[in-house]
Design a protein around this ligand. Structure first.
Ligand SMILES: Nc1ncnc2c1ncn2[C@@H]1O[C@H](COP(=O)(O)OP(=O)(O)OP(=O)(O)O)[C@@H](O)[C@H]1O
Ligand SMILES: [Mg+2]
Length: 452
């Protein structure tokens, strides 16, 4: 049985510049709250994005596209993050930066095809026979490894599983014993074992079982002891992307020759994709699979070239198509790879197929609120004058610039032995780090000193 990976949710490390965004901040009536889920203002765009989320959930957006248009720093990428958060973990949301298509070791079409396939999910429902219960006793038989006599490996496991109503003792061979030892399964854990494949899944610690503490960080989450028989049918659902399935099938046809050739190219064979597509269609027609069109988000879409645009336009019309979300901050500009000027640097036939959401520049108050949210997210305490100073900078220069000054200001405040950032720290940070306008002015004034 080959291993299949689950969809991972999009990166949400604390430090990323959009980590304060947890959704679109919409109320029950579809209206955007002024400040919610980490977002401030930009009300119409957020409401439009929310409608898009509803359409995606209802499966009505497949093969369609959205274009986010607005000046730099007005929250286009932030909105896309909000959409991803609203969609939740089960809908694939895949981000491609436009510049990634110019990779050296992969063809453009390959990068794009992989990106498209990472954005289409298949939810598979399956009934499996499993043994499920709380571990009441566990005995592991250890033997020497055949490969290396100095290493001891689990050879067999004897395990007593219990539910609220029943108890059963099982013995299992090496494959299961190994998983149980690797996952550190112990008395008091609720687990289930797939009767056919022998896959072992640890669910959590059994609530109320002797020896299980109610509060124990190490032991993981507490779960109820299951009821009913130990051996039973369990319905499992899992969402995979087409790309996951491609890799799984590719791994099965993996051979020694592949080690020397195909593997280094990291390209997925077209035949494999066809195989996966027909397999997926089969699952859907049998009623065990459901297609989940996810989102392919391409930021800085004006960086794409004419070939890519035409590829994407075609892809939207394919049978298995994701929802395309593009973002750009360009007005009228040349389409890359041509001499043609076009709105947002995109061919009109693609633009025609896109719904456009515009983001507008923020007011002073909105800037202030966004800076405050960022400061809170970064655990930076600002005194009111410092916030005012940063707001001034965001109006005079840019919102990004003042957000970027938050951390340097904190370093400066700490150096002065303060936990709270004051206006003077912000001024000092802004003296040390030039904004773009000042930097351009500096270049202009000293033009002759720079290399040409
Ligand atoms: N309405 C908002 N509420 C909260 N934070 C926001 C909002 N709009 C933007 N931000 C934050 O401000 C910063 C700049 O916004 P963002 O990167 O989304 O701009 P952008 O429109 O994508 O700009 P660019 O065209 O340069 O890519 C980010 O840290 C973002 O999270
Ligand atoms: Mg952006």
């Amino acid at each position: 049985m080959a291993e299949i990976k689950e969809i991972k949710k999009i990166g949400s490390e604390r430090s990323s510049i959009h980590s304060h965004i947890t959704g679109l901040g919409i109320d029950e009536n579809g209206k955007a709250k002024y400040k919610a889920d980490g977002l401030v203002g930009q009300v119409e765009a957020r409401e439009a994005a929310w409608v898009v989320v509803q359409l995606i959930r209802q499966g009505k957006m497949a093969g369609k596209g959205i274009l986010l248009v607005g000046p730099s720093g007005t929250g286009k990428t932030a909105l896309a993050v909000g959409i991803a958060k609203e969609l939740g973990e089960d809908t694939p949301f895949n981000t491609l930066n436009a510049s990634e298509i110019y990779s050296v070791d992969l063809k453009k079409t390959e990068v794009l095809t992989q990106a498209l396939r990472k954005s289409i999910g298949v939810r598979v429902r399956q009934k499996r026979m499993v043994y499920e219960g709380v571990v009441k006793e566990i005995k592991m038989k250890i033997a020497r490894s055949k490969m290396n006599p100095y290493v001891q490996i689990p050879r067999e496991v004897e395990i007593k599983l219990g539910t609220k109503d029943e108890e059963r003792s099982l013995t299992a061979g090496e494959a299961i014993a190994e998983q149980i030892s690797r996952q550190g399964v112990r008395k008091g854990d609720v687990i289930w074992i797939d009767a056919e494949t022998g896959n072992v899944v640890k669910v959590g610690r059994a609530k109320g079982f002797e020896g299980v503490k109610t509060y124990d960080i190490e032991s993981g989450k507490l779960v109820e002891i299951p009821a009913g028989p130990v051996k039973k049918e369990k319905e499992l659902t899992n969402t995979f992307t087409l790309y996951d399935l491609d890799l799984t099938i590719a791994a099965q046809s993996f051979s020694i020759t592949a080690l020397f050739s195909a593997w280094t190219e990291r390209e997925v064979n077209q035949d494999i994709r066809k195989q996966v597509d027909s397999y997926v269609k089969d699952l859907i027609s049998k009623g065990v699979g459901e297609l989940i069109p996810g989102v392919l988000f391409i930021d800085d879409a004006h960086m794409l070239d004419i070939e890519t645009f035409s590829f994407l336009t075609k892809a939207l019309e394919a049978e298995l198509a994701p929802i395309l979300v593009l973002a750009t901050n360009r007005g009228t500009t040349k389409i890359r790879g041509t001499d043609v000027e076009a709105p947002h640097g995109m061919p009109l036939d693609l633009l025609d197929r896109l719904l456009i959401i515009t983001t507008k520049p923020y007011t002073r108050e909105e800037n202030r609120d966004i800076i405050a949210i960022r400061a809170e997210e970064l655990d930076i305490e600002l005194d009111p004058q410092a916030l005012e100073e940063l707001t001034n900078l965001s109006v005079e220069d840019s919102l990004r610039y003042s957000i970027q000054l938050l951390e340097p200001s904190q370093v400066i405040a700490r150096k002065a032995g303060r936990g709270v950032v004051k206006a003077e720290d912000v001024k000092e940070a802004s003296r040390l780090f030039s904004d773009l306008r000042r930097s351009v002015k500096y270049v202009k004034e000293n033009e002759s000193l720079f290399l040409k």
